[in-house]
Design a protein around this ligand. Sequence first.
Ligand code: PLP
Length: 472
Amino acid sequence: MSLNAESTAFRSALEVIRAVEPRVADAIGAELADQRESLKLIASENYASPATLLAMGNWFSDKYAEGTVGRRFYAGCQNVDTVEALAAEHARELFGAAHAYVQPHSGIDANLVAFWAILADRVESLALKKAQVRQVNDLTEADWFALRRELGNQRMLGMSLDAGGHLTHGFRPNISGKMFDQRSYGTDPATGLIDYDKVAEAAREFKPLILVAGYSAYPRKVNFRIMREIADSVGATFMVDMAHFAGLVAGKVFTGDFDPVPHAHIVTTTTHKSLRGPRGGMVLCGPELADQVDRGCPMVLGGPLPHVMAAKAVALAEARRPDFAGYAQRIVDNAQALAEGLTRRSAKLVTGGTDNHLVLIDVTGYGLTGRQAEQALLDSGIVTNRNAVPQDPNGAWYTSGIRIGTPALTSRGLGTAEMDQTAELIHTVLSQTTSGESKAKYVLDPALADKVSKQASELLAGFPLYPAVDLG
Ligand SMILES: *Cc1c(COP(=O)(O)O)cnc(C)c1O
């Protein structure tokens, strides 16, 4: 019997690797087996297509290509130009953006590129006004620092971490918190929702240079039209980090006021979360910021990763196909089915539900910390991650929440009926787990964990992961 193309490709690749370092080949094979067996509910993960994965494993990795398409600091970049231009074109078309910069190596890098682009643009405007130079790169170092001081305001207003914001939105463990003087907006304690009047009030008081919207753990839509109005009212640049929900924007589940691209001055994203591409980042913007964004390398990035840009081009081409919209809608349908299933079984959810790809369970309702719940679920074959809830009584390490997301299981083909079964498994584990003598310790009958693990495997058995890939 002849093998299909995917199986042949991956088997051959492993054979070539095995000849050099068999333990790496084994680990790669083991990773597929583990992913096939686990009920993956990590909201930031997904399963990229075989074509996307294969586009990364080749000699593009060997190329240096600093610069931009057609304007490189290295010779021989014609093929890198082809894939970078393709990835950017697909991104522009998919998101309706004037400009796309596809070099960032990760979401953090994309944000750093955006921050520096915004700063440099402001400094350049100031320099232009004073007729000092035409562009920021012509400034002497002394003038750059003098102008930056004169610019003064280097403040960022973003969503607080415990409300679902991201570390890169001005928080101390990340360089953004050292670059910027940060203040955050949270959510309404009663509803768990963003209170736009409060955001406007904070913006009026704080007068940020950058207003950031976007999140990693907020289970609702954000009205970007209102956020832009707030930014405009205080002269801030409006940036949206859509790392988590880019797939829902690409699939046109988030449209109108909820599509960030027409409203933001600049949009950043990862490519590997709901968008289902390779690990990487991307920046979208209008013509005003395009030149500054294109200086991401060497401003904050090293040489681009041409093999990853090739994979971005493949994944973005996939996201432009009509069936991707169906996938995006199923992500949300599944998240809502999961939320309903959990609520029906008396779980307490932050904001009471979801209108995106993620659900945040407040596990204090089960008398547990996030850390205990995460571990008990893992013992039972259910992979999630703990996450702070607003005003978390257990802090950012132990937390009081479990974040679950549906992009990965939806890629695998699970639907709303399976989400209800998943809710049953989660509720069973959490309701049968009791708190131990510390915020990390818990008691769960190993027989129950085993039983749930088996049920999770049975649930997954009907939805093979990478069905066309047979490693033999
Ligand atoms: C995941 C995430 C990032 C960081 O992405 P990396 O690729 O891990 O650097 C940035 N912002 C938000 C909102 C995220 O959710």
